[in-house]
Design a protein around this ligand. Structure first.
Ligand code: ASP
Ligand code: MG
Length: 502
């Protein structure tokens, strides 16, 4: 079942038509209202890092506006701010209010400097808003300090200030170029979520609300600037969508509005065949399917929020991952059904480091599926992420790979029940999961042989193997110390060093 939804016909993409004359939005507004392109553009932390980066990001929006497109802008916090806010919240909980306030003051300086450099007047609405937001942040942090209690709900309130503070800066950048802009919080833009603070999911009611909140602005010629990463519950409490969640905000909005495309602007050339830090020969991937991109995100390629493509999948809306430094480069195009390239069944190699294997062994597992159910149940209750699972067909052992740092919790969750069954638990730390990803593996023979051959030749020992029946990935657990050698060897073996794209 690889071929489900038909790709949508592409509308004219002005970015790819250099011959298109530069028209003012006013001319185009009256000229081609019916076929006006709607884009949702997401800017990550680096693209919002300082006034220079924000001005550049604003100019990328301006380019498309000038060419007659409507754009919804979704922004991340300035780079580093999310982590700073998390430490500020932790400091307050520990009672270090002085440290927390110093960090807030430094952050305030950074936002004010950016606003000023972008040309905002000291008495402008945006600067006043920045001042008020910092004051509210200070009070929220003080509340945590007084209570010495940091609930997931207060952590979300605090951490979402990063995106609330960067949106007015983008508004300034757009206004300075002569465009009309209006910024909104995620909830104000219509993103309504469940109350799973820290990892909230959008509710289906969001779609209509998003159309309601943003449609009017767009038809009035105003560019909405939405604070990414955040939403709110039906009761109005601020939630966040999980780290890297601004991608998800953009695709939720894109799907709700039926956008032509969602563009995720990054500081990289799109999705790469491997992490360029460990594989210098890594190349840009021209085309991926939604499934492949999800698989890549899951296996540690920090390119998109793992759920980001899910809203686009149903609607069949393409996603582009584009480099802000090289806007004319196509980047990576993610669609339902990219062209299949049989000469390249594997599109990327990823690795998750710092993992551990938990091996559950003993005759008690033999012919006892309820024990296996028990194992998964215990892990689910503890919300422990499973990176890999493998079970021998004799059923005498089950091996699990989990992220490092969760070994104790995992063994504790398993041991009560399992010792009664006479089962032994073994923990092996310092493990990495290497995965090859590509839908072309489906029905292609010899892919795993090539993988294992490359690893053997690089003298890498395999600890565990698993292949999902979707055949979108094959993953192996190896010693973490081997991971860079292994990744490079596998990258070369699958011909990715010379990738020219699909
Ligand atoms: N600022 C948030 C983070 O760093 C969300 C995002 O950047 O997408 O996780
Ligand atoms: Mg970020």
């Amino acid at each position: 079942m690889r071929r489900h939804s038909k790709p949508r016909a592409f509308k004219l993409n002005p970015e790819q038509c250099p011959a298109l004359p530069m028209l003012s939005s006013r001319t185009l507004g009256t000229m081609s209202d019916t076929q006006q392109q709607l884009l949702v553009m997401k800017f990550g932390g680096t693209n919002m890092g300082d006034s220079r980066a924000i001005r550049h990001s604003g100019s990328l929006v301006g380019r498309s506006l000038t060419q007659g497109a409507q754009v919804v802008v979704v922004v991340s916090a300035m780079s580093g701010v999310t982590n700073q806010l998390l430490s500020i919240a932790d400091a307050a909980e520990r009672g270090d209010i002085a440290g927390a306030n110093d960090a807030i003051a430094a952050m305030r300086t950074r936002h004010f400097t950016a606003a000023q450099e972008l040309g905002a007047a000291p008495d402008s609405a945006e600067v006043r808003e920045l001042r008020e937001l910092h004051e509210t942040l200070r009070q929220a942090v003080y509340g945590v300090y007084l209570l010495r209690e940091l609930t997931p709900r207060s952590r979300d309130l605090i951490v979402a200030f990063g995106e609330r503070l960067s949106a007015p800066l983008m508004s300034v950048a757009l206004t300075q170029q002569g465009f009309k802009a209006h910024h909104l919080m995620g909830g104000q833009a219509g993103i309504i979520t469940d109350n799973h603070f820290g990892n909230a999911k959008p509710l289906s009611t969001s779609a209509e609300r998003i159309r309601d909140r943003l449609g009017g602005l767009l038809s009035a010629g105003i560019t909405p600037v939405v604070s990414g990463f955040m939403g709110e519950t039906e009761q109005g409490a601020i939630t966040t969508l999980g780290r890297g969640g601004t991608d998800f905000s953009a695709t939720i909005i894109g799907a709700a509005l039926g956008a032509d495309e969602v563009w995720a602007w990054k500081d990289v050339d799109g999705v790469m065949t491997a992490d360029p830090r460990s594989v210098p020969a890594a190349q840009n991937i021209a085309q991926l399917s939604y499934g492949e991109v999800m698989e890549l995100a899951y296996f540690g390629a920090k390119v998109l929020h793992p759920l980001a493509v899910t809203p686009l999948q149903q609607a069949g809306i393409p996603l582009r991952v584009k480099s802000a430094a090289d806007p004319d480069f196509a980047g990576t195009l993610v669609t339902a059904e990219p062209e299949r390239d049989d000469s390249r069944p594997v599109k990327a190699v990823t690795a998750i480091k710092n993992a551990s294997i938990i091996n559950v062994a003993g005759a008690g597992i033999l012919g006892a599926p309820d024990v296996v159910a028990e194992i998964f149940g215990a892990l689910a209750r503890e919300s422990i992420t499973l990176l890999m699972v493998s079970q021998s067909s004799s059923m005498s052992n089950v091996s699990l790979v989990i992220p490092g740092g969760h070994e104790e919790r995992t063994t504790q969750a398993l041991s009560t029940r399992l010792s009664a069954q006479g089962l032994q638990l073994e923990v092996q730390r310092g493990v990495a999961v290497l995965a090859i990803v590509g839908s072309g593996m489906y029905g292609t023979k010899g892919v795993s042989a090539k993988l294992f051959g490359a690893l053997a030749q690089a003298d890498v020992n395999i600890l565990m193997i698993s292949q999902g029946s979707s055949e979108l990935n094959i993953s192996v657990a190896i010693e973490e110390s081997d991971v860079d050698t292994a990744t490079r060897a596998v990258h070369t073996a699958f011909g990715l060093d010379a990738a020219s794209g699909a």
